[in-house]
Design a protein around this ligand. Structure first.
Ligand SMILES: Nc1ncnc2c1ncn2[C@@H]1O[C@H](COP(=O)(O)OP(=O)(O)OP(=O)(O)O)[C@@H](O)[C@H]1O
Ligand code: SF4
Ligand SMILES: [Mg+2]
Length: 335
């Protein structure tokens, strides 16, 4: 296995009892994250971004399950290849916080209000290393300095409620990086922060990435955040990837009408407020996708065959994938 992470035909099922087949919340997702790559996942609320990442972490919440035929392969530092979907809970615990770690939108909910910052950092260190208490203290202090937390000695003694949202997110980043993971999943890490702090956190993540060998999956609903942080991006819509390409290519030549809509609604970080474009309509709910293109009801280019059958994800130019009949092979010839 050459890459760090390979998702093949990933589906995530919501069971509906014995008589009915499960609802596919995510279906047929293929993604490849290379070593040291910054990979963006973008899409509106409910598209399946977070549950895809929960599946990578082996943390799908009840009653969701990974569907039959799905594969999530991860390459460990020692060259060992793991199939995450078949690991035991104990094996997954060893992987999380060490090889793969995650930061969430709401740091307050991810930290325990009853423990100091130092105790929470120590918990990760204790589980994955054999450092002594003074060594853990030094490691925690050094990590807080790396994430540019002022007065780190004091912050280690503080409880989460003493800190602002931006500081808490820095603490979360420190905890996520302290064991030098191979993959960091950041699920909307700046959405809950105000715009100035958002920009600071994204700058910090960019800086840290240069000093660590970590690959990052950045999940967001904002292509502006992707532009600031990523090299490659997958656009999710209704549980599927509808477009994937380098960030440069997406901004230069987005092919899917949904991506074009997202591009029109990009906010500029720290920039002036402007009237935001919104794509009309809503994401269809899982289980009601119909047989055609899942974007059909919202698409200004929709034609009859879009409703009759679903387009496949197709390579429309080297490295650029799109799931739309407008870009299907032979389209030009047929016109
Ligand atoms: N435990 C669960 N049980 C049932 N449905 C769920 C569960 N968790 C998520 N879902 C459904 O799965 C779909 C995808 O959810 P997910 O949280 O991945 O969306 P998202 O793209 O991360 O959205 P957001 O931008 O709002 O975070 C949604 O329709 C959601 O309602
Ligand atoms: S397949 Fe048709 S409906 Fe779907 S995005 Fe393309 S043009 Fe629009
Ligand atoms: Mg989410």
């Amino acid at each position: 296995m050459e890459h760090l992470l390979e998702l093949r035909n990933l589906s995530i099922d919501l069971p509906r009892g014995k008589r009915q087949s499960p609802v596919k919340l995510v279906e047929g997702v293929d993604l490849t994250v290379r070593k040291k790559q910054n990979f963006g996942v973008v899409g509106e609320s409910g598209c399946g971004k977070s549950i895809t990442c929960s599946a990578i972490m082996g943390l799908l919440s009840y009653p969701l399950t990974v569907g039959a035929g799905s594969s999530i392969r991860f390459l460990k530092e020692n060259g060992e290849e793991l199939e995450i979907t078949s690991l035991s809970p104990a094996e997954l615990r060893k992987l999380r916080g060490k090889d793969i770690s995650m930061i969430f939108q709401e740091p307050m909910t991810a930290l325990d209000p009853m423990y100091t910052i130092e105790e929470q950092i120590n918990e990760t260190l204790r589980f994955h290393t054999s450092l002594s208490k003074p060594e853990m203290h030094e490691a925690a202090l050094a990590m807080l300095k790396k994430v540019k937390i002022p007065r780190p000695e004091q912050i280690l003694k503080d409880y989460p409620h003493h800190l602002s949202g931006g500081m808490l997110q820095r603490v979360m980043i420190a905890i996520a990086l302290i064991n030098n993971p191979r993959l960091l999943i950041a699920d909307e890490p700046t959405t809950a922060l105000d715009v100035t702090i958002q920009a600071q956190i994204l700058d910090l993540m960019n800086e840290l990435r240069e000093s660590y060998d970590t690959s990052v999956i950045m999940i967001t609903h904002d292509l502006g955040v992707i532009a600031e942080t990523c090299e490659e991006v997958a656009v999710f819509y209704a549980g599927q990837v509808v477009e994937q390409a380098s960030v440069e290519e997406i901004f230069r030549a987005a092919a899917h009408p949904y991506t074009a809509g997202l591009l029109k609604s990009v906010t500029s970080l720290g920039g002036e407020e402007k009237m935001l474009y919104t794509i009309q309509g809503a994401v269809p709910t899982a289980g009601n996708f119909g047989q055609g293109c899942r974007f059909a009801d919202r698409c200004e280019y929709c034609e009859s065959r879009c409703r009759e059958s679903a387009p496949a994800l197709t390579e429309i130019s080297p490295g650029h994938l799109c799931r739309c009949w407008l870009h299907a092979p032979g389209k030009e010839a047929a016109q």
